[in-house]
Ligand binder design. Structure first.
Ligand code: PMP
Length: 449
């Protein structure tokens, strides 16, 4: 069978570090053969609703002919022009201008990367260039938040604060510091005001402990994604942004997941009412059709680097920075968002949250949280004590498999959290099916953990 031989070839030759390095007893890869809208088809011709938009990225949904056409047309006309040096092409220039117009505040300068990790990685260098240009090169310490994910390049993984990314391999991350996550469900503090005050105090204490003149920047996801869709209390992001301003350190919003309609508006920072100094995006930028990320720089960051580092060669860029085909795709995807997808995503997101809230009375559901088309439920065996599912349930695999059997692709996190990030094009019926299928998975798990 096609799928069996592919699974075997994959096992032998294609490295997926997350699973392959666990040894060959790891279960085989699942093969997808096609997709349309919010539905994917597997090698057995079964159709499943993709409740996770690939890897939180196919925001516009699958199979948009206009996107395919935009890519094909760009390939015919000019498949490549380097964005590394001063050679340009129309599509990335137009895209940068369109994005700058829509970005919060004065985030007017765009650097295109290949994805999220190298966007974050690039910001680490830009931040260093910024402080160098300001005559403060000693500012080389960075702070991020526990449970945060900022990519898996070597530097980005340093900011990432999830187990398994750099523990135990001796990679040096002495420049990296973390503060606790707000993780409201498991936070011993009860009110939003208390949680916000504690985070601000912890950030300030951390800066003091490192030495205020040494801290370069604070990185944060407006909603922590890979940590388990952890939504901060209202006002938390703004309070952290204000604290950074007060202390004179740069604030970087990592919107790789939350950007491009995932939480409702084009950028989550808009609804948090903040303008970061730098912002990273990827995923929804091209909706996963081709790789691309974008770093947004505010006027003052850009101008400081341009003036201060001007005399020095700033050797940064990739062969595929500002790739014309990716840019052509992103331009088309932007049209789709504004031609109704953002609006549909907002309606579908409200329906998703309502549906998931309806699962709150299930004996296994301890918490329901999210915003827009980004949501999670957290499973527990005892609601009062918030007891996590036992490791024997292996939430990351067993629950994922069960959902798959029900025709639903979700992300199941190790702690027993189901994450949802469906394409913004989902119909209301598809949203209802996502919720119904989830309930079936929960019932089955209750009967047979
Ligand atoms: N930042 C955040 C917030 C992310 O969620 C991710 C990926 N999940 C990344 C950075 C890294 O992006 P990529 O996988 O495209 O390198």
């Amino acid at each position: 069978m096609l799928s069996n031989s592919l699974v075997e070839l994959d096992r032998r030759h294609l490295v997926h570090p997350v699973s392959s390095f666990r040894g060959h007893e790891a279960r085989g890869v699942r093969i997808l053969t096609g997709a349309k809208g919010a539905t994917v088809t597997d090698a057995e011709s079964r159709e499943l609703i993709d409740g996770f938009a690939g890897l939180w990225c196919v925001n516009a949904g699958y199979g948009h002919e206009s996107v395919v056409e935009a890519a094909a047309e760009q390939m015919r006309q000019l498949p490549y022009a380097t964005g590394y040096f001063d050679l340009g092409a129309e599509a990335p220039i137009k895209l940068a201008a369109e994005l700058a117009e829509r970005a919060p505040g004065d985030l007017n300068h765009i650097y295109f990367s290949l994805g999220g990790s190298d966007a974050v990685d690039s910001t680490i260098r830009f931040v260093r260039y910024y402080w160098y240009s300001k005559g403060q090169p000693e500012r080389d310490q960075f702070i991020s938040v526990e449970q945060g994910y900022h990519g898996s390049t070597t530097m980005g993984a340093g900011l990432t604060a999830l187990p398994g990314f750099h523990e135990g391999f001796g990679v040096p991350y002495s420049w990296q510091h973390k503060i606790s996550s707000h993780y409201t469900y498991r936070n011993p503090l009860k009110t939003d005001a208390e949680i916000i005050a504690a985070s601000v105090a912890e950030l300030k204490a951390k800066v003091e402990a490192i030495g205020p003149e040494k801290v370069a920047a604070f990185y944060v996801e407006p909603i922590q994604g890979s940590g388990g869709v952890l939504v901060p209390p209202k006002g938390w992001v703004k309070a952290m942004r204000d604290a950074c301003k007060e202390m004179g350190i740069l604030f970087i919003a990592d919107e790789v997941i939350t950007g491009f309609g995932r939480t409702g508006p084009l950028f989550c920072c808009e609804e948090e009412d903040i303008v970061p100094d730098l912002m990273t995006t990827a995923k929804g930028l091209t909706s996963g059709y081709v790789p691309m990320g974008a770093v947004f720089m505010s006027d003052h960051v850009y101008e400081t680097i341009a003036e201060g580092a001007g005399a020095k060669a700033v050797g940064h860029g990739f062969t595929y920075s500002a790739h014309p085909v990716s840019a052509a795709v992103a331009l088309e995807v932007l049209k789709l968002y504004e031609g109704g997808l953002l609006e549909n995503g907002r309606k579908a997101g409200a329906r998703l949250m309502e549906g998931l809230q309806g699962l709150s009375d299930h004996p296994l559901v301890g918490d329901v949280r999210g915003r827009g088309m980004l949501a999670a439920i957290e499973l527990v065996t005892d609601k009062d004590k918030k007891t996590p599912l036992p490791a024997s349930v292996q939430p990351a695999t067993r629950l994922f498999d069960r959902a798959w059997e029900q025709g639903l692709v979700i992300r199941s996190f190790a702690q027993g959290i189901f994450g949802y990030a469906p394409p913004l094009c989902c119909t209301m019926e598809e949203i209802d099916q996502i919720v119904d299928r989830t309930r079936k998975v929960l019932d089955l798990t209750l009967e047979d953990p």
